[in-house]
Design a binder for this molecule. Structure first.
Ligand code: ADP
Ligand code: MG
Length: 578
């Protein structure tokens, strides 16, 4: 049936009952829909996530490399400056030690002069003094009174004797400010030896080291091998404090690791050991500073990622839904077609059977008819036969019954026979009017009102007039029979589309139960009392409509009424038939 007549039916205000209610497993399509959605999501989200993760890691790696390169540069440059600072001062002391004689150095005035030159040429010297081989301070230029002091047991003195030029760790001296000591020993060819010892203020060294940490928030400082601060640190405190960092691995090649600074911020730690002194240069740079743009980008990418996932979910769901709906629909159509075919086959075989039976019965009927007629003639022709009129009556009722039987067998044959279709141009409205002509008396008798809503513009169609009359007659007959006194029948005709013409016949009679609807078009199906209905009307009607290439649809509600809709093609295709 066409969609238009369906919607027309819906417009009539009743629910359309499909001819065959399809058996349905409701969960199957839901599961299919869910699985398809999940599969599609999996197929898109997994690669998307993988890409996001890989991108994240690669970007991070590149950024790390980008952060490390300048840090390495700072470490190498700063260490170089530090080494030069120390080497300059050590060379100065070495030069003084070797270029002057013991007597010159022991002379207080001469030492004072040398000290003045040292202070002028190299910043940071606090004092200088001569110590003889036994460890006693011979002369001294500086702010303290140290002449005569004995250094024999001091660690630095022992170191100088054994290892030569010596640079001490930073310590707080008598004046309580951080400084370190440079000591150089001179050995004369005659075996005499002496030591020149100078103290250097760390301030200059500290500012030299600190000035290289040029990153905002960065921190550059020097610690001893024991982890004691030699220059002040922004994050780890003042000189001589202890740094809780593991510097065991520090070597000449700068090493950069990721740690957290004392405030817990993630940061990079770079370290490089000095070559000539047992010191380690450290450089700390908070990660957040360098990586701020990365974090921003990351957040944006994350938002894009989430948005894409949302879109994927939406699209996957819609796609899965629409495909499953399509599958559902096509399966439903297939099922319907199968049902209809089954139904057609059933009608055809029952029809053949009925035709056979009707044919077989027709012969004995003809004999009964003939004999009963003969009997009637005979009784009339026997003069004085007192039972004559009685026999005549009996024979007449036999003939009557035979007539009824013949009508039935005739209809049966009509149902079964592939009646030749005679296609002519005709106006469906005319056919309806003709049929109503037959029924007018019956309708009046039952006081049923017949209302016509015919489309005056209805185009003519090419179809079989006689068979269409039978179709409408059958439907209208049923409608009249379904109604008590005073019912109403509405007959409409309209054009659902260019290719079809539709007719609906609506009654407000008894209506039908679901069970009746199911068997409605089967031959011999009747709910009427024996003698009132043959159950052939609608099966014949169904066969004719199909044969003419049309559709018949029924909509009925028990106690309310019934509507039949017949849709006919503008050009009947007589190919179909039961
Ligand atoms: P019959 O009229 O001989 O019973 P049909 O094939 O014409 O056989 O109809 C089959 C059955 O369908 C009827 O017995 C009746 O129960 C039902 N039926 C058909 N048309 C209507 C209708 N308009 N209203 C109610 N029931 C109907
Ligand atoms: Mg009938």
């Amino acid at each position: 049936m066409s969609n238009d007549s369906k919607s027309r039916l819906a417009a009539l205000g009743r629910k359309v009952l499909p001819f065959h209610a399809a058996g349905e497993e409701p969960g199957r399509y839901g599961v299919l829909r869910r699985n398809m959605t999940l599969l599609m999501i999996l197929l898109t989200v997994v690669p998307l996530s993988l890409m996001a993760v890989i991108n994240h890691r690669e970007h991070r790696k590149a950024l790390r490399a980008q952060t490390e390169a300048p840090m390495r540069e700072i470490l190498v440059r700063t260490r170089h400056s530090g080494e030069i600072f120390l080497a300059e001062r050590r060379s100065a002391i070495s030069f003084i030690t070797s270029a002057s004689t013991y007597e010159q150095l022991a002379d207080q005035a001469e030492l004072n002069r040398i000290f003045q030159v040292m202070k002028q040429e190299f910043g940071g010297f606090v004092d200088v003094g001569l110590i003889d081989a036994t460890g006693v301070q011979v002369s001294y230029a500086g702010p303290f009174e140290l002449v005569g002091k004995d250094y024999r047991d001091q660690e630095w003195f022992q170191e100088v004797l054994v290892r030569g030029p010596y640079v001490s760790d930073v310590f707080l001296g008598y004046r309580r400010y951080p400084h370190f000591v440079i000591a150089v020993r001179h050995l004369e060819p005659d075996g005499r030896s002496w030591i020149v010892r100078a103290t250097v203020d760390t301030e200059l060294f500290s500012s030299l080291i600190g000035s290289h940490g040029n990153v905002p928030g960065g921190d550059t400082f020097v610690v001893s091998r024991q982890g004691v601060l030699q220059t002040p640190s922004r994050y780890y405190g003042a000189v001589l404090g202890r740094v809780p960092l593991d510097i065991k691995d520090a070597g000449l090649e700068p090493l950069i690791t990721e740690t957290a600074d004392p405030t817990g911020r993630p940061s990079f730690l770079g370290m490089a050991a000095f070559e000539t002194v047992p010191l380690v240069l450290l450089c700390v740079e908070p990660r957040g500073m360098a990586w701020q743009p990365w974090y921003t980008l990351n957040n944006e990418l994350f938002l894009v990622f989430i948005a894409s996932i949302a879109v994927v979910f939406f699209v996957a769901y819609r796609l899965a839904s629409s495909s499953v709906n399509r599958i559902e629909k096509s399966e439903e159509n297939q099922r319907r077609a199968l049902h209809e075919m089954e139904h057609g086959n059933k009608l055809a075989s029952i029809g053949r059977l009925a035709a056979g039976v009707a044919h077989e019965i027709n012969n004995p009927l003809a004999i009964i008819d003939q004999k009963a007629g003969l009997m009637m003639d005979l009784t009339e022709n026997i003069p004085g036969f007192h039972l004559g009129p009685r026999f005549g009556e009996l024979a007449a009722s036999i003939l009557n019954a035979v007539d009824r039987c013949r009508t039935i067998t005739h209809r049966l044959l009509g149902f079964a026979r592939r009646m030749d279709v005679e296609i002519r141009d005709l106006d469906v409205n005319d056919v309806l009017q003709e049929v109503l002509g037959f029924l007018e008396r019956e309708a009046q008798h039952r006081s049923v009102a017949i209302q016509l809503e015919l489309d005056a513009e209805l185009p003519s169609i090419a179809s079989d007039r006689g068979q269409l009359q039978q179709v409408f007659l059958n439907i209208l007959n049923n409608a009249l029979e379904a109604m008590a006194e005073g019912g109403k029948v509405v007959i409409r005709s309209w054009r659902p589309n260019e290719e079809h013409v539709s007719v609906s016949i609506e009654d407000n009679g008894s209506g039908m139960s679901q069970d009746t609807l199911k068997h409605l078009f089967e031959p011999f199906f009747t709910t009427k009392a024996p003698g009132y209905g043959t159950g052939l009307g609608l099966s014949i009607t169904y066969g004719i409509v199909k044969k003419l290439g049309g559709e018949i649809q029924v909509d009925s509600e028990l106690g309310k009424g019934t509507t039949f809709v017949v849709s006919l093609p503008r050009h009947a295709s007589p190919a179909m038939g039961t």
